[in-house]
Design a protein around this ligand. Structure first.
Ligand SMILES: Nc1ncnc2c1ncn2[C@@H]1O[C@H](COP(=O)(O)OP(=O)(O)OP(=O)(O)O)[C@@H](O)[C@H]1O
Ligand SMILES: [Mg+2]
Length: 376
């Protein structure tokens, strides 16, 4: 029997828990051809959710383009990545792929090969003889043209959108803004995992994408949904788990999808077929996972300043939403002054070890939080 809990990659179908409301919200946004910023801390399920929403759209009405910007590092790779994604979204066979690429991109030279599964894959080079054609604009105006040609509606998703902040200039960001403003029929979703960067992009009046779309912070999955999902997974595979055990598990992971699935994985392994999960198995499974991570956690911990460590200890031990700048917190965790707290917070936010959430602070890596607590 295969372990029914999956963590790491994109999850779909049977491995996808709830998110009914979120999927409906995104669907509405697409139907209205809105421009939407979707963001959350790492591994909260953005990509899985968006891919599900795209897959559920009626194929005969919608053209969907999903672009992962993670591997891009500047305007050139942005152009090539988009051109590839747009072409592949529009054409499934080699001839059509080449035709599409040639029709829409005058300065890009396409070549098609087959991947391991025999599916055609397109790559592009530049036509040096036609340097006058503005490449970026050509690529960005393609979705609207494609939609018109196909007689379909179109949705474009840029995943890992914060990556464009790493580019050498803000040309892409500026042109993207002016282009999408004129594409009232095209739905755009900008998705990212570095929350403060994404927020900064649409909330900072100095940035090109300022207020260019609505925003949608993705939250955790509530315990009620995990109760149904986890109970079902154990039951289907001939094992049992009690509601109070799931409750305990969700308290540890705070309902964070990745950590919840990650912890369920060894918990399922530890349970014999026909058996039931006991409370001490949760401790055993947690211990196992922390043990695996302990070397990395130890290194990370050693690299931090004393005040950063004290601050983290406090955040890890206190309930969610604790005010780290309060006099009580500063006294309890021997932080000395609010300027010490500020410095520690700045450092930890920059390193993505800490995250702002509803006015309070959270440690996004739920296992790191448990590890810190286990050391006190
Ligand atoms: N709806 C869900 N139901 C069950 N598990 C989920 C769900 N969404 C996410 N997960 C769990 O979280 C993991 C990460 O999901 P995903 O890659 O979609 O998140 P992400 O927010 O796009 O991550 P990243 O920040 O790395 O881009 C999955 O491998 C899975 O274990
Ligand atoms: Mg993702």
């Amino acid at each position: 029997m295969r372990n029914p809990f999956h963590y790491g990659g994109v999850v779909s179908g049977e491995s996808f828990c709830n998110r009914t409301r979120e999927a409906a919200d995104l669907r509405r946004s697409i139907e209205n051809a809105e421009k939407l910023f979707v963001y959350s801390e790492r591994r909260l399920g953005k990509t899985s959710l968006i891919r599900k929403v795209l897959a559920d759209l009626p194929e005969d009405e919608y053209l969907t383009v999903y672009i992962d910007l993670w591997p891009t590092d500047g305007e050139t790779s942005f152009v090539l990545t988009c051109a590839k994604a747009f072409s592949e979204a529009m054409a499934s066979n080699t001839d059509k792929l080449l035709h599409t690429a040639k029709t829409f991109f005058s300065r890009l030279v396409p070549s098609v090969s087959a991947n391991d599964d025999g599916k055609p894959v397109i790559t592009f080079g530049f036509d040096q003889k036609r340097p006058d054609v503005p490449l970026l604009e050509e690529v960005l105006t393609m979705p609207a043209k494609a939609a018109q040609k196909e007689g379909k509606r179109i949705v474009v998703v840029f995943d890992e959108f914060q990556q464009i902040l790493e580019y050498e200039s803000d040309t892409v960001e500026r042109l993207l803004r002016s282009t999408i403003q004129h594409q009232s029929d095209v739905a755009y979703i900008f998705c990212g995992s570095r929350k403060h960067l994404i927020r900064q992009m649409f909330m900072d009046s100095q940035r090109p994408m300022y207020r260019s779309g609505a925003h949608y912070p993705l939250g955790l999955i509530a315990e009620d949904h995990w109760q149904l999902f986890i109970t079902e997974k154990f039951k289907e595979t001939g094992k049992q788990i009690r509601p109070e055990t799931i409750s305990e598990l969700c308290t540890l992971t705070e309902g964070h999808p990745f950590y919840t699935q990650h912890l369920c994985h060894p918990l399922w392994e530890l349970t014999e077929t026909g058996g039931e999960v006991s409370s001490d198995m949760i401790q055993q499974a947690t211990g196992l996972l922390l043990e695996r991570e302990s070397y990395a956690f130890m290194n990370l911990w050693d690299s931090l300043t004393r005040n950063a460590k004290r601050l983290l200890k406090g955040v890890a031990a206190e309930p969610a939403g604790t005010q780290v700048f309060s006099a009580e917190f500063i006294r309890k965790y021997q932080l000395g002054s609010s300027s010490n707290v500020q410095r520690a917070v700045d450092l930890l936010l920059k390193k993505d070890i800490l995250d702002k959430e509803d006015g309070g602070m959270v440690i996004p890596d739920r296992f790191f939080r448990l590890w810190i607590n286990s050391k006190q």
